[in-house]
Design a binder for this molecule. Structure first.
Ligand code: SAM
Length: 283
């Protein structure tokens, strides 16, 4: 069963949180010249026209990317947000450079900053979503796989480059996915201990993400940094009340850069919007 389509949610507050974190991680990796393989286990379509019927139906981008777009001059005082918003601007339809008409997804963010020496692997299981992804213009060093990103990740390891960065961004349509993600990460980290791994999860009243966090913490071998962006209180909300990101083996200084950016960004998303982060460090 694959019913989730990211086009319904493209550009929402959770995308903003996820892609800003991804952008900052890539930025840190690009400070060294040694090559990086990027693996996106749940790629989606790549770039989302905001006038698509699915995207207009829920209009979630209006409470996410569009609010930031409107406040972009003020937000650009923060260096990370300035660079990220420039990235968003470069994903727009060139005929209307002032209008937010597209929102770039994770394959776009990864491809945009891919250097000659780097490689990119994109997994997408949904046939329709994979067709969309196939239509994107992406660098030659990109491998697009129509298949399961979790088993695909483990099979792809070890990679040929000295460094590896993985984004795991499932739709969590099935309750078992939290456990599947944890099992996959434990296997993958045994094969690639040095990998920088980003995992997105939703904050839902059922709190199922806690089991994922507990499994990774119990492994206890690596530094894990977590950040969460909450837009409402769990008691008020039946649906998703926030967005969570884990980064395993985070680059040094990532937490400070995100905290500075989020201090500017959160009030633009709403009065109730609240950002926090914390660490697990092996003893
Ligand atoms: N990472 C994308 C981005 O940031 O733009 C969004 C991805 S969306 C949240 C999740 C995607 O994973 C959907 O397109 C869905 O079809 C796909 N998917 C679901 N299960 C999958 C699996 N086992 N392997 C690969 N892709 C999967």
């Amino acid at each position: 069963m694959l019913s989730y389509q990211h086009a319904y949610h493209a550009g929402n507050f959770a995308d903003v949180h996820k892609h800003l974190t991804l952008y900052a991680v890539i930025d840190h990796l690009l400070r060294k010249s040694s090559s990086v393989t990027y693996i996106d286990t749940h790629a989606g379509r790549g770039r989302y026209p905001l006038d698509a019927e699915e995207t207009r139906r829920l209009g979630e981008y209006r409470d996410g990317a569009e609010k930031l777009w409107k406040a972009r001059r003020r937000l650009a005082e923060d260096p990370l947000l300035a660079d990220w918003l420039e990235g968003v601007a470069s994903a727009q339809n060139k005929r209307n450079p002032k209008i937010l008409d597209h929102y770039p997804g994770s394959p776009w963010w990864l491809a945009q900053r891919l250097r000659e020496q780097d490689a990119l692997q994109l997994f997408e299981l949904h046939p329709g979503e994979h067709d969309h992804l196939n239509r994107q213009r992406l660098p030659d060093r990109t491998r697009r796989v129509h298949g399961d990103g979790l088993s695909g990740l483990v099979e792809a390891l070890p990679v040929a480059t000295p460094r590896l960065c993985v984004l795991v961004d499932p739709s969590y349509e099935r309750k078992a996915e939290y456990g599947d993600v944890a099992d996959t990460l434990l296997k993958a980290m045994r094969k690639a201990r040095h990998a920088v791994v980003l995992v997105w999860y939703p904050l839902l009243p059922a709190g199922r993400h806690e089991a994922l966090l507990d499994a990774l913490k119990a492994d206890g071998l690596r530094k894990i940094w977590r950040s969460e962006l909450k837009i409402a209180s769990p008691r008020q909300e039946h649906g998703m009340y926030g967005s969570g990101m884990l980064v395993i083996n985070p680059p040094w200084g990532l937490d400070r850069r995100l905290a500075d950016a989020m201090a500017q960004l959160a009030p633009v998303l709403g009065d109730a919007c609240h950002y926090r982060d914390d660490w697990w460090v092996p003893e």
